[in-house]
Design a protein around this ligand. Structure first.
Ligand SMILES: Cc1cc2nc3c(=O)[nH]c(=O)nc-3n(C[C@H](O)[C@H](O)[C@H](O)COP(=O)(O)OP(=O)(O)OC[C@H]3O[C@@H](n4cnc5c(N)ncnc54)[C@H](O)[C@@H]3O)c2cc1C
Length: 384
């Protein structure tokens, strides 16, 4: 068995979009980096998701020269309604003097744009982490890569490996829902309008993507299996029914499903380790906040690390400052998203009525609508 030893300043575990954003934001700085992934480089090319990216995220990606304009579809209007009740609202980019409220991009196109900006020498793929040990001055990561053993010492280990498994420090709230995702082709052009529709089973989002919509169809776990088994015709009919036959579709891509839960890490910096992106908090996709929030984690961590006076990236005071900086954004985004799921996931008649009133209030009270819109456009800055 071959052994490799290496010493770096920052080891990032997880080369998903958040890990790659951090690596890119730090590239060209003083730190020696390693970006480690358990899967082969480019494994993201099979990911079926599309992501709604906030206007603020576009600005960050553009700053990193990782904005793929051709792969992005602008959202100019968001229409929010509920299936069995009154009330609806519309949020328009023109009210905010912006070209778009946000953009929709396939996960794989986003990952490809980030990957293309990174040096090959940063990546270490197909690596399975066996253990991480901390001492006062560094962390030691032991990994297996085929028949090789790798030992990497790092001043700082950043966890960006996505949704955590069982971990005593992670609070979990299982929504017992699955998101069925696909791309569906409408009979009429989408006109850059996104639809968010709340139904008794869960929210449904249709996001403009090229000439199609990216669909996120949230249902209880058992119904997800049924939806996956339907033939294309029956699946599209089920979708049409949810929109009271006001929309029609002609084709659908292969479908996939994701289990949904809120997972929030209590402490995001411990010793020489820090957690960002889904590894720090995994949210329900209903409000399209997950990656946008993870991007802000990566951006603010890079800003903290580049601003540190000494050359120890894992220095406790810096990591504590980073934790404090992220507190409001993390808890605010999690509470906002969880609140929407709870209020809208329940189909009891009084709640339906309350929801209708809420949607009506959003429509009639511009300040309230602006608050929600700003949250979608800018994320946490809407609170400040
Ligand atoms: C259906 C659905 C729709 C969504 N829609 C939106 C949306 O519209 N807008 C939005 O902002 N967010 C959305 N999200 C959330 C978004 O997908 C995530 O927040 C985002 O992918 C998190 O990126 P990440 O890099 O932290 O984690 P991931 O994307 O999960 O990447 C993690 C990486 O770490 C690697 N890895 C895993 N385990 C290990 C290990 N042990 N060692 C090394 N490497 C490892 C993986 O191979 C992967 O490359 C949606 C999520 C779902 C499920």
């Amino acid at each position: 068995m071959t052994e490799h030893q290496q010493s770096v300043d920052i080891a990032i575990i997880g080369a998903g979009p958040v890990g790659m954003t951090l690596a890119l934001a730090l590239a060209g700085g003083p730190h020696r980096l390693r970006l480690i992934d358990v899967r082969p480089r480019g494994a993201w090319s099979g990911d079926p998701r599309a992501l709604a990216l906030a206007h603020g995220s576009r600005q960050v990606l553009q700053g990193l020269q990782a904005w793929n304009l051709d792969a992005a579809t602008a959202i100019s209007t968001i229409h929010v309604s509920q299936r069995t009740g009154f009330g609806r609202t519309r949020i328009d980019a023109s009210d905010y003097g912006l070209p778009a409220l946000g953009y929709v991009m396939r996960y794989r196109d986003l990952a490809a744009a980030l990957d293309a900006r990174l040096e090959d020498s940063v990546f270490l793929d197909n690596c399975s982490v066996q253990g991480i040990r901390n001492d006062d001055t560094r962390a030691l990561i032991t990994m297996r890569r085929a028949d090789e053993t790798w030992r990497i010492t790092a001043r700082l280990v950043v966890h960006a490996e996505g949704t955590p498994g069982h971990d005593a420090d992670v609070r979990v709230c299982d929504y017992h829902q699955h998101a069925v995702v696909a791309e569906v082709r409408p009979t009429a052009p989408h006109g850059h309008r996104a639809w968010e529709r709340f139904t008794g089973d869960g929210p449904i989002a249709l996001l403009p993507l090229g000439h199609d919509y990216s669909l996120v169809f949230t249902v209880p776990q058992a119904k997800a299996a049924e939806l996956l088994e339907l033939d294309e015709h029956a699946f599209l009919a089920a979708l049409r029914t949810r929109f009271a036959d006001r929309m029609d579709f002609v084709a659908c891509s292969p479908r996939a499903s994701f289990p949904l839960a809120l997972r929030i890490r209590r402490q995001i910096a411990v010793g020489r380790q820090v957690w960002i992106g889904n590894a720090a908090q995994t949210l329900h996709p209903v409000s399209g906040q997950g990656f946008n929030l993870g991007l802000r984690d990566a951006w603010e961590l890079a800003d903290t690390l580049l601003g540190m006076a000494g050359n120890d990236a894992g220095e406790a005071a810096g990591l504590a400052a980073y934790s404090r900086r992220r507190r409001i954004d993390r808890s605010g985004s999690a509470a906002f998203t969880d609140g929407i799921v709870r209020v809208f996931a329940n189909d009891l008649a009084p709640l339906r009525c309350a929801r209708g009133l809420g949607l009506l209030a959003l429509e009639l009270l511009p300040p309230l609508r602006h608050f929600v819109a700003r949250r979608m456009i800018w994320g946490a800055r809407a609170w400040l």
